[in-house]
Design a protein around this ligand. Structure first.
Ligand SMILES: [Zn+2]
Length: 493
């Protein structure tokens, strides 16, 4: 089966065929920097990072550009409210945004342009639109003439005669539905020089200018939240195709993620940003891995419920994966005990599960990036391997150890597609005791050294000593699990 992608413009899943062989040019609309980003803003970033990772895993090279909107009415309003310069607001929230995506360990964009740095390109594309007869200037403002662009409404299904203007009605417009490409500056507003006088770009034009500059005309994938379909993405198509009328479609596949919803309320539409929705506040409570698990356990096009229960569920699910990987790592690091006699060696079964997992995972992800199903496939795999490891006759034979090593490698590699990072979970462990004092670093060797001391104490029936060591490890969040093949340990989070 080959990769199929739900294309919003054709309202169906289509086979994914890139414009250039094995190369994907992808653009996703980024945040407007007038506040901290919410968990809702984080969804497209996590989703399209997963899309990029899976495409790369499937052998494509991917250029991924996301913009930062740093010129917009909401920013001007916020600057006026606080009585500060416009740049104070944008600098503050760009810095916060960059910190947030670093903590979330996503992004790694090919380019992350800001609207304010794109003025020559924005002015040039507006000039092309006017020259080609799709835009007009009126008292220092420039509008897109929707009546001239016959293909308007293809993406959103909006018919121009039924459309209501999304903007302030202005007497200088030919039609109420025409949208702004350039806005003349009112006193006290930030402005840039242009052929139409001092002013600033409308919101939609920056994405046409940026995507064409960094990825050239004709994108394989354009992504964003479903709330951007109209008017933003509809207008991006109109602008780009009006500026380059002989170059074909602006975008081949339009992909839109669903909204995060709090009961009946849509996060992006609600008034004001509640502190519980702010990504950085959530990152103080949950790791980046857990937030990704929460997001990707639902298909990207479906609405996603925001609740503490959902996040707690995701936390437990992620811990299950980590415990599984720790157990495998323990076996991989342990010496081979003995060999199975005859045909009882379960390594062949482990390889069969591995093969099934790989095929199942691919088929889920090839079905419009169904990460929810693929995470389910990973848990099926974990269950199958656990059943073998925990069975009564289990022996760590040479072939079994090899198959376990490969299982560990597969699980880690496939988890990376979702952005899961197991480094901190599998390598040296940072620990602080429950009272929060004596913060110390125990590495894996030190933990295992303590476990060996405890095992020696148990063998020599020094139970006081063995209990002491167990309690000491426990105070650092390490739980022990005594099995016949040895003692497993895991860190509780
Ligand atoms: Zn955009």
């Amino acid at each position: 089966m080959s990769l199929k992608v739900y294309n919003t413009i054709n309202r169906k899943k289509e086979e994914f065929i890139t414009i250039e062989d094995k190369k994907v040019r992808m653009y996703v609309c980024g945040p407007t920097v007038y506040n901290y980003i919410s968990i809702g803003n984080a969804r497209p970033i996590i989703v399209f990072s997963m899309v990029r990772n899976y495409l790369e895993h499937s052998g494509y090279s991917v250029d991924f550009v996301q913009n930062i909107t740093d010129i917009e009415d909401k920013i001007i309003r916020k600057a006026n409210e606080e009585g500060v310069d416009f740049n104070v607001i944008t600098e503050r929230y760009i810095k916060a945004f960059l910190e947030d995506i670093k903590r979330l360990d996503v992004g790694n964009f090919t380019a992350m342009p800001k609207a304010s740095e794109m003025m020559p390109e924005i002015i040039s594309i507006i000039s092309r639109i006017i020259e080609n007869g799709f835009g007009y200037e009126s008292s220092g403002d420039v509008y897109f003439d929707i009546a001239k662009f016959g293909r308007y409404g293809r993406l959103s299904g909006q018919r121009t005669e039924e459309m209501h203007s999304q903007e302030d009605d202005s007497f200088s417009k030919r039609s109420a539905t025409d949208f702004t490409l350039w806005k003349s500056a009112k006193p006290g507003e930030p402005f840039w020089e242009s052929p139409w006088g001092k002013g600033r770009p409308g919101w939609h034009i920056e994405c046409s200018a940026m995507s064409i500059k960094y990825l050239k005309y004709g994108l394989d994938i354009h992504g964003g939240g479903i709330d951007l379909i109209f008017p933003h993405h509809e207008n991006e198509i109109a602008q780009s195709e009006a500026a380059f009328p002989t170059e074909g479609d602006f975008v081949k596949y339009w992909m839109h993620n669903g909204m995060i919803e709090v009961k009946e309320e849509k996060m992006s539409k609600s008034k004001g940003l509640k502190s519980g929705w702010i990504l950085r506040n959530l990152l103080d409570k949950y790791s980046a891995n857990v937030i990704k698990m929460y997001m990707l356990s639902t298909h990207y096009r479906s609405p996603l419920e925001f609740s503490n229960d959902k996040l707690e569920e995701a936390k437990k699910a992620f811990e299950k994966i980590v415990n599984f990987l720790r157990n495998l790592k323990f076996l991989v690091d342990s010496p081979v005990t003995e060999e199975y006699s005859g045909s009882a060696d379960p390594s062949e079964n482990i390889y069969t599960y591995l093969k099934e997992f790989k095929l199942q995972f691919k088929s889920s992800m090839d079905d419009d990036f169904n990460s929810a199903k693929a995470i389910g496939d990973l848990f099926d795999f974990i269950r199958s391997i656990n059943a073998i490891i925990q069975s009564s006759g289990f022996i760590l034979s040479g072939p079994v150890k090899e198959s376990i090593k490969m299982s560990l490698h597969f699980a880690v590699e496939h988890g990376r597609i979702f952005g899961f990072d197991f480094k901190n979970e599998l390598d040296p462990v940072h620990l602080s005791d429950k009272a929060g004092k004596d913060t110390m670093l125990l590495n894996k060797e030190e933990i295992e050294e303590l476990i060996q001391q405890r095992n020696f104490a148990r063998k020599t029936k020094d139970f006081q000593k063995s209990d002491e060591i167990r309690d000491r490890l426990k105070s650092f969040g390490i739980t022990l699990d005594d099995r016949k093949e040895g003692t497993l340990w895991r860190k509780e989070s």
